[in-house]
Design a protein around this ligand. Structure first.
Ligand code: GTP
Ligand code: MG
Length: 170
């Protein structure tokens, strides 16, 4: 039969990696060259149809600036899924992504579907993190991995669609 599921999803990652841009691309099909830095967090929702289910994502787009770090647990607690975002042109943002993965692993919701998104893959000429390194890290840590571009839309819908497919439907 048909399952209708509501799923809380949180985006985490360093400032400027493109969390808001990924959400804007997914929810509204838009991209802003000058997307404003998020203050606190922003909420969006979007529904996707997969196989025998529809999944309504309740999306918390968190602020990456360090001063907001302490708010993050409010958004990831009870989340069914998390997308940890880094910028492929910035290896510091990849290191920060690993820190977020550790924090999520420690807080212990083992059923959370976790995805690692290497965003800004349109910036190939500025690449600072190899896809292979990220893929290996993701594999070792049980994360789903994709490189995305909010700018060109590459893999953005696929990312959310693959997460929706991985959510338990029972
Ligand atoms: P905070 O809210 O501060 O945590 O940042 P954020 O992770 O939400 O980043 P945001 O979406 O605000 O994007 C930061 C900048 O990167 C903006 O100027 C975007 O236009 C740009 N940007 C986002 N995604 C991409 C992308 O896929 N490719 C390129 N080239 N630029 C991008
Ligand atoms: Mg933002």
């Amino acid at each position: 039969g048909q399952t209708n599921l509501n799923a809380k999803l949180v985006l985490l990652g360093d400032m400027g990696t493109g969390k808001s841009s990924l959400v804007l691309r997914f929810v509204k099909g838009q991209f802003l060259e000058f997307q404003e830095s998020t203050i606190g967090a922003a909420f969006f929702s979007q529904t996707v149809a997969v196989e025998n289910a529809t999944v309504k994502f309740e999306i918390w787009d968190t602020a990456g600036q360090e001063r907001y770090h302490s708010l993050a647990p409010m958004y990831y607690r009870g989340a069914a899924a998390a997308i940890i975002v880094y910028d492929i042109s910035n290896s510091d943002s990849f290191a920060k992504a690993k820190k977020w993965v550790q924090e999520l692993q420690k807080q212990g919701n083992t059923s959370m579907v976790m995805a690692l998104a290497g965003n800004k893959c349109d910036l190939e000429d500025k690449r600072d993190v190899s896809a292979e390194e990220a893929r290996l890290y993701a594999e070792e840590n049980g994360l789903f991995f994709m490189e995305t571009s909010a700018r060109t839309a590459v893999n953005v819908n696929d990312l959310f669609y693959e997460i929706a497919k991985k959510l338990p439907k029972g």
